[in-house]
Design a protein around this ligand. Structure first.
Ligand code: DP6
Length: 336
C-alpha cells in the first residue's frame, strides 16, 4: 500500500511536453550579456510543425542529481545546461528535487535545425507542469531564453518576435505576431549534412563578437531589420518578407565569416540550394531561403509553390534528405 502511494506520488511529479523548432527570419547572433544569456539583437521567427521534440521530466526524491537522456543515450555534455534550466523552475517551485529527463527529436540534432530551441522550450513546459508551478507563458519563455536564446521563441506558435527591452529585470519580451493559420507558409528543409555542427552557436557568437570588425554594424542594423520584417508579416507581404529575411541571413553569415578564424557553416550543396532558390524566385516562384549555424537550407514558400520548391531542392547534388513543414503551435504539455 505504502509502495503504491509513493508510486502515485512519483507519477504526479512527471509530465511530458512537445515543442517544435523555430527558424529565425531576422537572426539572433551575439550576446549583450553572456552570463545571463541576453541576446545582443532582437529576432523574428516562424515555428515549424513538421519537426518535434518530446521531453519527459520526472522529479524524484530518490535522485541525488539530474540525469539527461537524449534519443535513448546519456548526454553528459548537455547535463549541466539541463540542470541549470531545471534550477530556474525548482527555484520558482521552492523545491530541490532532482529530475530524470528524457528527450527525443524526430530530426537531426545539433545540425542547425534549432534542436536546442525546441529542447529547452519543451523542458521548461514539462518541468513547470510536473511541479504544478503554472508559470505564465511569458515567464516560461524568459526561463527558456536563459538556456538558449532561440528557445524563448518556441514557446509561441506562428510568427514570433523576440524584442529587447530596457528593463533589466525582464530584458527580453516574446510575443506572437500572427497565428499559423493567418498566413500558413510552408518550409522545405534541404538537409546537406546530418552530423553535428563544428562550432556551437554560443561559442561562435562569442568568437564573432570578439574578433569581427563588422559586429557593431550588425547590432546597429538589427532594429531596422526587425521593424521591416514585422511590418511585412503584419501586411502579409511575401516579397518584402523574402527580401528582408535573405538580407538578415546573409548579413549574419557575413559577420560569421569575418570572425577570426572565420566561421564557415556552409558546404557546396548549401550554396547550390541558395542559388536554386534565387533562380526560382527570379522565375516568379514565391520562395526565399534562410540558413542558420549549420549547412542546411530552409526554403520558405507560399503553399502553392511547395511541391515545385521541394522537387527542385531534392534534385540538388549533395542534398541527402528533404524535410517538410508547415507552421506550428508553441510548446505544450501532452498526456504522458
Ligand atoms: C543562428 O539560440 O542556439 O540559429 O542562446 O547561445 O543557445 P544560444 O544560441 P542559439 O542561437 C541561434 C542562432 C541562430 C539564429 C537564430 O535562431 O536566431
Amino acid at each position: 500500500m505504502a509502495e503504491c502511494a509513493s508510486e502515485m506520488n512519483r507519477e504526479a511529479m512527471a509530465a511530458t511536453a512537445i515543442a517544435h523548432p523555430n527558424i529565425a527570419l531576422v537572426k539572433y547572433w551575439g550576446k549583450r550579456d553572456v552570463e545571463r544569456n541576453i541576446p545582443a539583437v532582437g529576432s523574428l521567427s516562424i515555428t515549424l510543425d513538421g519537426l518535434t521534440t518530446t521531453t519527459r521530466v520526472q522529479f524524484d526524491a530518490e535522485l541525488s542529481e539530474d540525469s539527461f537522456v537524449l534519443g535513448g543515450r546519456e548526454a553528459p555534455e548537455m547535463q549541466q545546461r539541463v540542470a541549470r534550466c531545471l534550477d530556474c523552475i525548482r527555484e520558482r517551485a521552492g523545491t530541490s528535487l532532482h529530475a530524470r529527463v528524457e528527450s527525443w527529436n524526430d530530426f537531426p540534432t545539433a545540425a542547425g535545425l534549432a534542436s536546442s530551441a525546441s529542447g529547452f522550450a519543451a523542458l521548461v513546459v514539462a518541468a513547470d507542469q510536473a511541479l504544478a508551478v503554472g508559470l505564465p507563458r511569458a515567464e516560461l519563455a524568459d526561463l527558456a531564453r536563459r538556456s538558449s536564446g532561440s528557445a524563448a521563441r518556441s514557446l509561441f506558435g506562428g510568427f514570433v518576435e523576440l524584442r529587447l527591452t530596457p528593463d533589466d529585470e525582464r530584458p527580453t519580451e516574446v510575443r506572437r505576431i500572427l497565428e499559423p493559420a493567418q498566413w500558413p507558409l510552408r518550409v522545405a528543409v534541404a538537409v546537406t549534412e546530418a552530423g553535428p555542427k563544428a562550432v556551437g552557436s554560443t561559442e561562435g557568437m562569442l568568437l564573432t563578437e570578439r574578433t569581427s570588425p563588422y559586429f557593431q554594424a550588425w547590432v546597429e542594423s538589427s532594429e531596422g531589420d526587425l521593424a521591416e520584417a514585422r511590418s511585412a508579416v503584419e501586411r502579409g507581404d511575401f516579397e518584402a518578407l523574402a527580401e528582408i529575411s535573405e538580407s538578415s541571413c546573409l548579413k549574419m553569415h557575413a559577420v560569421m565569416l569575418s570572425a577570426r578564424p572565420g566561421l564557415v557553416y556552409w558546404n557546396g550543396a548549401t550554396v547550390e540550394c541558395i542559388r536554386r532558390v534565387r533562380e526560382l524566385r527570379a522565375d516568379g516562384v514565391p520562395v526565399f531561403f534562410t540558413v542558420d549555424a549549420g549547412p542546411q537550407v530552409k526554403a520558405v514558400c507560399l503553399p502553392e509553390a511547395f511541391d515545385r520548391v521541394a522537387g527542385e531542392l531534392q534534385a540538388v547534388p549533395g542534398v541527402t534528405n528533404l524535410l517538410e513543414s508547415g507552421l506550428g503551435e508553441g510548446a505544450r504539455a501532452v498526456n504522458p
